[in-house]
Ligand binder design. Structure first.
Ligand code: FES
Length: 292
């Protein structure tokens, strides 16, 4: 391998390749950062837990047998995905083992497509197909330029100490970024169970109100003539925050179109999940609605 130069790795590429490389590198690092700063991603008690996300894909994914195996080692998979996203993003931006990083990004996008966005219809609303194509285009562009420099292998030469040190550097940076993310985990003060969610005046019969549940989840409470009931607004597909649409009388997820019916125990009635929203126990106490 010729001497590594970050600026040359960018300058030597056509503008179209640079745009795709920059976008994918930044997006993959952002994906890793999102997971690193999510306190629930590796916490089995959380609805954001990677294992819960994987379970949500089982019913529709064509690779459900593989997902089942992953669920048995969900935390390990979570670390692998987070570190993998950081490593692929960093390697892509730095131009270290760029072809291998692009091929890994392509593989990761295909797995995400076959699991997380397989049931999104029409297909173009799911982002993973687009990412897979972008990674493939980047890989082919890098391969073409490597061939013109008579470089045949996409695997770094592990006998070359400098190349090994670069790979170790990428791995170390991915670990440091993952651990740094834990320091920035959002620590929002959460209301205690028993604290008032709303007064009865704020929540008349027929009314709804968004609130934060005692475990930190975004939630929504409804009041009818029969009493009060509430659901988590964390979508059971991939954990986006859903919102109540008062015109449609449905709780809708903006990410991939899941819809939940609050009048049917929060059942999923459309979109890529068949799991109902989690219920949150609430009651009327005095003049207040409280979580119990
Ligand atoms: S996160 Fe995918 S539909 Fe809600």
């Amino acid at each position: 391998m010729a001497n590594y130069s970050l600026s040359r790795s960018w300058q030597s590429q056509p503008i179209s390749t640079r745009i795709v490389r920059l976008f994918l590198g930044v997006t993959w690092i952002y994906g890793g950062w999102n997971k690193a700063t999510d306190a629930g991603f590796l916490n089995p008690a959380s609805p954001h837990y990677i294992g819960e996300q994987l379970k949500g894909y089982l019913a529709t994914s064509p690779i459900h047998l593989i997902l089942q195996k992953m669920i048995e080692h969900a935390s390990l998979m979570g670390w692998a995905v987070m570190l993998g996203e950081f490593a692929i993003g960093i390697a892509t931006l730095l131009g270290i083992a760029g072809e291998l990083a692009a091929l890994s990004g392509f593989g990761m996008s295909i797995v995400l497509w076959l699991s997380a966005t397989w049931s999104v219809k029409p297909y173009f609303l799911g982002s993973d197909t687009a990412y897979a194509i972008l990674w493939l285009a980047l890989f082919l562009s890098l391969r073409q330029s490597a061939r013109s420099r008579r470089i045949t292998s996409i695997i770094p030469n592990l006998k070359d100490r400098r190349e090994v040190m670069q790979l170790v550097g990428v791995g170390a940076a991915a670990i440091v970024a993952s651990l740094a993310g834990k320091k920035f985990t959002a620590k929002n003060p959460t209301p205690e169970a028993g604290a008032a969610i709303a007064t009865l005046a704020e929540l008349p019969i027929g009314g709804t109100k968004n609130f934060q549940a005692a475990d930190g989840r975004a939630a929504v409470v409804f009041r009818t003539s029969a009493g009060v009931f509430a659901y988590s607004r964390i979508c059971t597909h991939q954990g986006c925050v859903a919102d109540y649409d008062s015109a449609a009388h449905l709780i809708k997820c903006p990410c991939h179109g899941a819809q939940f019916d609050p009048s049917k125990d929060g059942a999923a009635v459309a979109g890529p999940t068949n799991r109902a929203l989690d219920k949150i126990k609430v009651a009327i106490k005095g003049n207040n609605v409280v979580q119990i």
